[in-house]
Each structure stands twice: as structure tokens, then as C-alpha cells.
Write a protein that binds this ligand. Sequence first.
Ligand code: DC
Length: 223
Amino acid sequence: MEKISIAIDGPASSGKSTVAKILASDFNFIYVDTGAMYRAITFLAIKHQVAFSNEKALVDLTRKYPITFKQTARGQLVFADGEEITQAIRQPDVTAAVSEVSAHGEVRAELVEAQRQLAEAGGVVMDGRDIGTTVLPKAQVKIFLVASVEERAQRRYKENQEKGIEMDFEAIKEAIAKRDYLDSHREVSPLVQATDAELVDTTGMSIEQVVTKIKEVIYSKGF
Ligand code: DC
């Protein structure tokens, strides 16, 4: 496979990271989880008692504590400020605040720069909200993944149970709908389908079916 860039965007819990990881592994590409980067800054803000509204202090955190990823047999681990934060960034306190933190233009500018550097050599699958529109507008393949709120809440509920995170189903559904709204209505780089992205509705589809569908899109472009 040619070292192309594949951008996968879509709302919370639409299955982006699951399929992005499989594609990256199948093509031997690197996988960049940009949501994990916004979550890491949110985690650092909580840890260092920085207000989610304090844009300047949040930018200072991103400069002071670079976020790094490490591929291991246990999956991709996330590190910042001298500790492994892979699980911590998935906890409800981070999830509840990440939309506010990621709405700041200057925080985004810092992370977008880091994301572009990670993709510089090509051979990358990157997932997020603004990859096809802002981070990698020249990505050879752009996918916009969607699914109903009900189904996304069910997936997240199951995922949380497997990870031992306790959260009521209705609360998850509400949190997803709220995050959808905030992510799509923010001023800077809102969640929106790139005009040249392929829309894939994963409601009722298995992971394998979604991966197959995306590969069809990739191959149909001649890669
Ligand atoms: O994909 P996720 O749920 O881990 O993302 C966490 C939050 O980060 C999400 O609510 C919006 C934000 N985000 C963003 O604004 N831009 C991205 N490229 C990725 C995530």
C-alpha cells in the first residue's frame, strides 16, 4: 500500500478509533488518535487545576507537556507529564470537560501542528473531528463515520462495562448528544463533513463490515 493519509472523522462513539486501528494495522500505517490528545490536555488541566475556560494556561500546558503515544502488545498507550494516562483520559470527568477544552482556537492550533508533524511522512490513519477539513485537507482518503445516538450509546455502554467504568445508559446517551451538539456548534473547526469525504453510516453494521466498506472506498480510488 502506498504511504497515503487516511482521515476518519465523525461524532463521539461512531466507531472511528476501532476501525482506524484495524486499518492502520492491516496497512502497516501509524494510527493517530487526535481525540486522545484533546483528552490528555483536559486531564492535565484537571491535574494542574487549570480552569477549562483559561485558554492561555491551557496552551501553556500543551507546550510544557508533550503528549506521546507508544505502540505495545496491550495496544496504543498515551503518556504526558511523566505518566501513562491511557485509562485516565477515558474517565467521565475528562469526557465531560473535553468539548470545552477543545473549543479553544489556540489549543487547537497547538495540537493541529503536532498532528500534522505526526502525519508528515504519510502512511497514517488519523481519526478526529476536523482531520479531513483542517488537519489534513489533502488526505487522499476521507471518511465521515456516523451512527444513531442510540446505537453509539449502546456501544459506549458496553465498552465502559468492559473497562470497569460505571455510567448509567441514559447518562451516556445524554452525554453523547451534548458532545455532538458542542462539537458541531463550536466556532473553530466544528465537526462537519468535508465536501470530498465519503459518508459511511455504521448503524446496524459490524466492525468488519465498516472496515470492508472503507477498504472499498480506498481501493476505488486506485490505491
Ligand atoms: O474522539 P473522542 O471522543 O476521544 O474526542 C474527545 C473530544 O475531543 C471530542 O468531544 C471533541 C474533541 N476533538 C476535537 O475537537 N477534534 C479532534 N480532531 C478530535 C477530538
